[in-house]
Design a protein around this ligand. Structure first.
Ligand SMILES: Nc1ncnc2c1ncn2[C@@H]1O[C@H](COP(=O)(O)OP(=O)(O)O)[C@@H](O)[C@H]1O
Ligand SMILES: [Mg+2]
Length: 289
């Protein structure tokens, strides 16, 4: 696909309905949105996300239908079906029942996705990626720590099951009482622990680094975010002993921190890089013990 021939789309006068780390989302028709990417996001990445969104839809993941890729000014945009719903943070903040209901629904959705055989040609291999990240960050985290992490990763069973890779509240939209998933940029495959690690990052580790990760980015309190993490873990591994849960949580924390440190080197905005790296490395060393 050639990015030169894309049609220009104007978002003048369109309602802004959402914002994420990579894009702003505008309603362009009663049932369509355009996801307008940051100017620095290249065409390849937009195309990969669209292909993964289509793949997820075909594999049966409840998600928005993807339409075409367009230009919006100098940025790329991707047109999707509108999932018309109340923002999930306001749903969760309205009552304790809603919060608990959200956790139940998202754990069910997570288990459903983890039962699907991924298309391994189109998605990233999480086990291989984590091994790469351990190598890439060895100079920051230390040789001993990198060895411990590589051993931990090698001990995780191989799996070709689908993972979302960024499974948090802002990527889950509750439509007519059913959760749907968006933002397929990170669609990948592997053992469930890799998804649990990104969930730990969203609700537990990032908010420990800076409370705004919960209060601004997720739109919920740090306490509720922590509660979502703890109950997601215990519901996902229902029946596990508290000792086993503590072991799984430690593993998720180590993998999550590895991902953050690698991300900080490759993709974090320069003003956040040093802080994320220093904090991430010290939390990782503590978690490894
Ligand atoms: N298809 C959609 N229907 C309704 N809202 C959406 C849709 N896609 C995205 N949004 C809204 O826009 C926000 C950002 O979109 P997302 O794809 O997650 O971007 P990013 O990659 O920047 O995280 C979401 O949290 C959600 O509120
Ligand atoms: Mg998102």
């Amino acid at each position: 696909m050639n990015p030169d021939g894309l049609r220009q789309l104007s978002i003048e006068g369109c309602e802004l309905i959402g914002r994420g780390a990579h894009a702003c989302v505008y309603r362009i028709a009663p049932d369509e949105i355009v996801k307008v990417y940051r100017e620095d996001i290249p065409f390849d990445r937009v195309l990969t996300e669209k292909q993964r969104a289509k793949r997820a839809f075909i594999l049966g993941v409840p998600t928005a239908i993807s339409f075409d890729i367009v230009k919006v000014g100098s940025s790329f945009g991707a047109v999707y079906e509108l999932l018309d719903a109340e923002p999930t943070d306001s749903y969760v903040n309205r009552s304790r029942d809603n919060l608990e209901n959200f956790i139940d629904m998202s754990v069910d959705l997570l288990k459903f996705i983890h039962g699907i055989d991924a298309d391994t040609a189109e998605c990233a291999d999480m086990k291989a990626d984590h091994l790469k990240w351990a190598d890439n960050t060895e100079h920051l985290i230390g040789v001993h720590e990198a060895d411990v992490i590589r051993e931990l990763i090698r001990g995780i069973p191989d799996s070709g099951k689908l993972l979302h890779g960024d499974f948090h509240l802002k990527n889950i939209i509750i439509v007519k009482g059913k959760p749907m998933l968006i933002d397929m940029d990170t669609l990948c495959y592997g053992d469930p622990i890799f998804d649990l690690a990104t969930i730990a990052n969203s609700y537990w580790i990032f908010p420990q680094m800076a409370p705004e990760a919960a209060t601004v980015h997720l739109g919920i309190s740090v306490e509720d975010a922590l509660h979502i993490w703890k109950r997601t873990l215990s519901s996902y591994y229902a029946g596990a002993s508290s000792e086993d849960l503590a072991k799984i949580e430690r593993k998720a924390r180590i993998l999550g921190l590895l991902r953050i440190i690698d991300f900080a080197q490759r993709s974090a905005p320069p003003e956040h890089r040093e802080h994320l790296t220093t904090q991430g490395v010290s939390m990782l060393k503590e978690a490894i013990g």
